[in-house]
Design a protein around this ligand. Sequence first.
Ligand code: UGA
Length: 446
Amino acid sequence: MSSEGETIGIIGAGWVGLVTAACFADLGHRVIVRDILPERIELLRAGKVPIYEPGLPELLERNKERLSYTLELTELTDEADFLFICVGTPPTYSGDADLSGVWAVVDELPPLERRLVVIMKSTVPAGTGEKVRSALEARGLGYLGYASSPEFLAEGRAIEDFVHPDRIVVGSFDPADGKRVGALYAGIDAPIVYCDVASAEMIKLASNAFLATRISFINEIANVCEVTGADVEQVAKGMGLDRRIGPHFLHAGIGYGGSCFPKDVTALKQLAGNSGYHFQLLSSVIEVNELQKRRVIGKLEKHLGALAGKTVAVLGLTFKPDTNDMREAASIVLGSRLLAEGAEVRAWDPLADRDSYLRGARICDSVLEAVTGADAAVIVTEWKELRELASEKVHSAMRNPLIIDGRNLLDPDQVRVAGFAYDCVGRPGRSSTASGQAKTSGPQAE
Ligand code: UGA
């Protein structure tokens, strides 16, 4: 790398593309970002950020001298030596990844004078790199380098994940290309795994599938804890101290969601299936997760009886806190099941795009509005605003002071002392089963 840094082209100004662009610019590279949406490019040029990610606007602003935005791919191919593909690869109806965005880029690459390296950041099925290489060769562009360097960025902490990753993965057909791509990350203190392209693609899918498996595993342990009297949080702590297991992604809850785990687990299962292998374990991981989202209904019925005519506050709509993303969120399944049972649904979230929530649900501006007159409040997303949910104000506002804590966010003893009936996930000894009858007085200890 020269002292000025390299020139990098980023294709796709979505969440992955913009985080990657901002972080590479911060490492000292010149970065040109291309998107096909004119309004997106106009916003970026005006210094506005079209997506939500904490710290991203500041990082883009701080590095604006090294960043530019364009609609023209040729601006990138004329000037950059590295082209990162950061387009979306959403699931198709069959569960396979939709690679049309990737193929549109490959087809659009013009004949070039120089040997630049195309790098896949988007999550793609193992084997995609080989197909891209064949397509490039068929177009007479076989002299271009190709590498796979998947992202391991979690929404809400993506910049931290880029700057302080556990590892960087670079797969390439030509090891020299791999080394050049690895050098772009100079300044980041993390081991780099150099490997072949198919292995890099598989590392990404397998990592997400394994994390999802851990979540489904601990959720099943939580469900067994509920019938055996064990406490899943103590179980997870005791398991996690074993260095072979580790503490992460053992937080039981209402099931995983988001734009990555559900899509990637299904895509890996499909990928195996398309090759004639039945990935049995992943079928269970998916099924456990779907059932987990629905278990809240059973808990509500345990306390309230039939849900028809009952009012339920759904607190938190996004798939996790610190994002406005509602894709595959448990709130969607829960909300539609409640409506189907004939319940009234009140929904609150501080960030979610509320217009895209379920038709039929009432969207509320505050937690207090959502719980007023409600027969139950369900914590779906562990927003910090909900930590004080078991307050006197909420108690007197609710028709029936019942909290179902889908994220084990609250302290069961405190909630009980505040006079609420309380149910959570896998902490049976610390839940209380109130009758579900209408309250007669203010907060009281049980
Ligand atoms: C995930 C991975 O964590 C990233 O490493 C990866 O790069 C990213 O997908 C991607 O493929 O782009 P993300 O989907 O943003 O990131 O969110 P996570 O923080 O991993 O959470 C996913 C879901 O699992 C959330 O619904 C969360 O509530 C749930 N979860 C997580 C649990 O239920 N329990 C846990 O212990 C951890």
